[in-house]
Design a protein around this ligand. Structure first.
Ligand code: AMP
Length: 373
């Protein structure tokens, strides 16, 4: 092996990073509480629960990255005494704190919904008076997949919202954005400052969890350069190395940033088959200091998450052109355990594939039949 990259986390994102690293003779190691994790098939896992786990992990690799955005900063600080982490600590710290993230978006003139910091019931009341209802109350730290959120629609929910989220510490109250669609932009920045951006993904959620992404997002030609500009500002400002994701709302006033993830992202899984170079390979290339690959779309692609229950592998593979990615995770309600990539020739073929998929998936989620590509 030419190089070893140590990755904080050992879930499916780490697994797919390591799959992309192997052909480049790059080995991955992982740091994860559960050593029986999805990445374990691809490289050694150092247990975050073991006494010397962190120091053994730090000794195991040349350079480091992450697939888990809540990687403890204390661990990063131990690591960076002697080794390098890409992306930078600052990007991680900001992404772990919604208020800091919003402040950065403001600083870089990236539009966001009006918001207020909330640390008391009184502040919540004054935020509601100032921003109006409905508003979305979120914990500043620790939320994911819509967890740690409360949509406040009427004054009489104020006490309930505060009772549910107040104990979680600092909160953020955001104006409710009336959006037509949710999209994400993913980009990679190399060690020489090169930036490459994939096409916008249009993301569909079910119960707060990503159900499927369509790439390129339909009718997004005018949105692409704007989103590209926003993410490039972030990458350059943070002196970022690796893959960064920015989730955005499409509104009649243009794009509003929702949040960023300092890592490869579920809405970029399409790129394994759908782009010349995937988010995983380009992330590895960036972290290893190698030239970046083309992010061009090979074919319009739909990525469908497998959530909760496994379909029969043979049923999925019988679908024309479908690719199946299983993460070696056990079934559990609401858990992402795999994904399917569809590469139809046109919208009619996509409709037909979605109909077949709806019969195959035990949990067909929000797959609608009128998708277009
Ligand atoms: P988040 O955890 O911030 O990604 O939010 C999860 C989901 O909640 C988003 O994908 C949106 O569908 C919805 N959401 C979050 N913030 C807002 C907002 N300010 N207005 C309307 N919907 C929101």
């Amino acid at each position: 092996m030419d190089k070893t990259i140590g990755i904080f986390g050992g879930g499916q994102l780490g697994r797919m990073m390591a799959q992309a690293a192997l052909p480049l003779n790059i080995q991955c190691t992982f740091f994860e509480a559960n050593t029986d994790c999805p990445s374990a098939a691809l490289g050694p896992v150092y247990s975050a629960k073991a006494e010397n786990g962190l120091s053994e992990f730090i000794a195991s690799a040349d350079v480091f990255s992450l697939e888990f955005e809540n990687t403890p900063l204390a661990d990063v600080d131990v690591l960076t005494k002697n080794k390098t982490l890409h992306p930078p600590r600052q990007a991680l710290a900001i992404a772990q704190h919604r208020l800091s993230e919003k402040a950065l978006f403001d600083e870089l003139a990236i539009p966001v919904a009006p918001y207020k910091a909330v640390t008391s019931l009184e502040q919540l009341k004054s935020a509601a008076a100032e921003l109006g209802l409905p508003l979305v109350l979120k914990t500043s730290r620790g939320g994911y997949d819509g967890k740690g959120q409360f949509v406040l629609r009427s004054e009489d929910q104020m006490d309930q919202a505060w009772a549910e989220l107040g104990p979680a510490g600092e909160l953020i109250a955001e104006s409710f954005v009336t959006f037509s669609r949710e999209v994400s932009i993913i980009a990679v920045r190399g060690q020489n400052g090169d930036v490459k951006t994939w096409s916008l993904a249009e993301n569909h959620h079910h119960n707060g969890i990503l159900s499927h992404s369509i790439v390129p997002a339909p009718n997004s030609a005018d949105l692409q350069p704007v989103a590209q500009d926003y993410i490039t500002r972030l990458l350059n400002h943070l002196n970022y190395i690796g893959v960064l994701t920015l989730e955005l709302f499409v509104t009649d006033k243009g794009l509003y940033a929702n949040e960023m993830a300092p890592r490869v992202h579920n809405s970029g899984h399409w790129s394994i088959e759908g782009a010349v170079c995937s988010q995983f390979e380009n992330h590895i290339r960036a972290v290893a200091g190698l030239p970046l690959g083309s992010t061009a779309v090979v074919r319009p692609t739909v990525m469908v998450n497998i959530i909760g229950l496994h379909p029969k592998t043979a049923d999925v593979l019988a679908l024309e052109g479908a690719h199946l990615h299983l993460y070696n995770k056990s079934e559990r309600e609401g858990r992402k355990i795999g994904h399917i990539t569809l590469m139809p020739n046109d919208s009619a073929e996509l409709t037909a594939l979605c109909r077949q998929l709806a019969k195959i998936l035990p949990n067909p989620l929000a797959l609608s039949e009128d998708m277009t590509i």
